[in-house]
Design a protein around this ligand. Structure first.
Ligand code: ADP
Ligand code: MG
Length: 349
């Protein structure tokens, strides 16, 4: 649908970068966000401020657009459902219900005979003592976690006595993987069997927040093939339309595990804006708006670093070489560890 008007739920940097790509394709964007300072305000055509649970506002937003997509998975499921009765939501809301919940997500992946870390549902303290073979492990809230939020490392059974866990939330306990590397696969699915898959991206995290991403990843051909294959199987199972990301762990023995699925464009794919002929954002817009699917090719190897907190100030005043691309998310408030921008450097011989 060329010339369509696209609604985007969420107004962070992912929404901004989606809106920028849409503009290039002559697609008008309406961003809906509950943050009056949402950075995507600077990049979209129209901005609607409202609570995600404000039914009247959500309906108004739906009336303004031809279809709706989202930049993050934690939009209330009910909101997506209300919109979906008025205008198509892509990817489909049911997908979110699964992927929003770490337990449902891992159950689905294992059902496909794809490996995840070992895990157990935790709803009371006894569940922890019964699963002590998963220690050392990480206790994660089943829902609404990101950038390591809602996570607690538990080293041993002895620590259990001193924990103060709020069991109003649901949790999962995951066995700690001795990581050799982390990679991600970003793919865009246009329909059954119709994909554009980027090569594996190698990621480094610090304090559970993505620090840097690079291509090519230094992994075996076998792991390259397996990670792409598994991501496609998951995309097909979810009947996904648009760009999604599968995050993987590789352990010291070169075993591959799915860590989690992001049903959206992903921070590790920011380098595709400069490294490829078509970025993860443009592919997402092409897929949801039913535009032409163009073979996606790498133009250059690349590395991206995230710029967190007040570090952004140093980057704003810098001069950049021709192979360096600085992105300022234009966030009004600088907070420690907040993603404020990124820098992509192309490896040009
Ligand atoms: P988020 O939703 O916050 O991104 P993740 O589950 O992806 O949460 O965890 C963030 C990071 O924490 C991972 O990328 C990894 O570096 C580390 N981590 C999380 N779970 C494990 C685990 N089971 N074993 C080893 N490292 C882990
Ligand atoms: Mg993650």
């Amino acid at each position: 649908m060329p010339n369509s008007v696209l609604g985007i739920l969420g107004g962070g940097q992912l929404g901004s970068l989606l809106a920028t790509s849409a503009k290039k394709l002559n697609i008008k964007t309406f961003v809906f966000s509950d943050d009056k300072n949402a950075p995507a305000k600077n990049f979209c055509d129209e901005f609607i401020l409202g609570d995600y649970k404000d039914e009247k506002k959500i309906k108004y937003f739906s009336d303004c657009v031809d279809l709706v997509t989202f930049e993050f998975e934690n939009i209330p499921f009910e909101t997506l459902n209300i919109i979906n009765k008025i205008k198509p939501v892509l990817p489909k809301p049911d997908i979110n219900r699964i992927v929003q919940n770490r337990l449902f997500e891992k159950d689905l992946i294992n059902k496909l005979n794809i490996n995840t870390t070992q895990y157990a549902a935790i709803n009371k303290i006894d569940d922890l003592t019964m699963n002590k073979d998963l220690l050392p492990g990480i206790l994660k809230t089943s829902m609404f976690g990101y950038d390591g939020k809602g996570q607690l490392k538990i080293n041993s059974v002895e620590e259990l006595a001193n924990l103060n866990i709020d069991f109003k939330n649901e949790y999962i306990l995951e066995k700690l993987v001795k990581l050799k590397k982390e990679i991600s696969i970003i793919l865009t699915r246009f329909g059954p069997g119709s994909f554009e898959v980027y090569e594996p991206i190698e990621n480094i995290h610090e304090d559970q927040i993505l620090k840097s991403s690079k291509i090519p990843s230094q992994i075996s051909t076998e792991l390259i093939d397996k990670s792409k294959k598994w991501a496609k199987i998951i995309g097909d199972e979810l009947d996904f339309i648009g760009t999604m990301c599968v995050e993987y762990f590789i352990d010291k023995n070169d075993n591959l595990f799915v860590n989690e699925i992001a049903p959206r464009v992903h921070n590790s794919g920011h380098l595709t804006i400069n490294s490829h002929n078509i970025s993860q954002f443009e592919n997402h817009i092409r897929a949801v708006c039913e535009l032409e699917k163009i073979p996606t090719k790498k133009l250059h190897d690349a590395e991206m670093i995230n710029i967190l907190g007040d570090n952004i100030v140093n980057y704003r005043n810098k001069k950049y070489a021709d192979n360096e691309f600085f992105f300022d998310y234009l966030k009004t408030e600088i907070k420690s560890k907040r993603k404020m921008g990124h820098l992509t450097t192309l490896k040009i011989q």
